[in-house]
Write a protein that binds this ligand. Structure first.
Ligand SMILES: [Zn+2]
Length: 159
């Protein structure tokens, strides 16, 4: 008999009934749709997912399994893993795309620019000199040199 230690199940069970199906960060337990949802990796408390509307190629996010807007209420072990996954993703992006810099950040609350404010998440955006050219600044137009499905496959291999 195989015994699997699965502490994330507690979070999942504890949050049952509070996970609206409309929330893109409430991915549930079933990993079968992970490629379609661009989920790269599942940790104990958090998962890594590519941004569907990336600012640059390789833009990913780390989010907790638990549906909550309250970053300041998260436990230190949850936050520690979130940061470890961000580091791991950055190492993968360094290997793949040789970025010249990164932006890491959270938008907490509507006025802070959060698109999905009910479920906090950490953005990791690789940057290159000149990537924020007039296209992005003037017209909300983003120039992406790579198709998302390709980014997903490459990122998955390295992560
Ligand atoms: Zn959620």
């Amino acid at each position: 008999m195989e015994f699997v230690w699965s502490p994330w199940r507690y979070d999942y069970i504890a949050s049952a009934g509070k996970t609206p199906s409309s929330c893109v960060f409430c991915i549930g337990e079933d990993p079968s749709n992970d490629p379609d949802r661009l989920v790269v990796y599942r940790g104990v408390h958090n998962f890594v997912i590519l941004n569907l509307f990336p600012y640059t190629s390789g833009h990913f996010m780390v989010a907790p399994f638990v549906h909550t807007a309250e970053f300041d209420q998260a436990r230190s072990d949850q936050i520690a893993e979130m940061m470890e996954l961000a580091q791991r993703g950055i190492r993968a992006l360094k290997t793949l795309y040789k970025p010249e810099g990164f932006n890491l950040g959270m938008n907490l609350g509507h006025c802070a620019g959060a698109g999905i404010r009910e479920h906090f998440h950490l953005h990791v955006v690789p940057r290159w000199i000149g990537d924020a050219s007039f296209m992005g600044i003037t017209g909300e137009t983003r120039v992406l040199p790579e198709v998302l499905a390709v980014t997903y496959r490459r990122f998955l291999e390295v992560f």
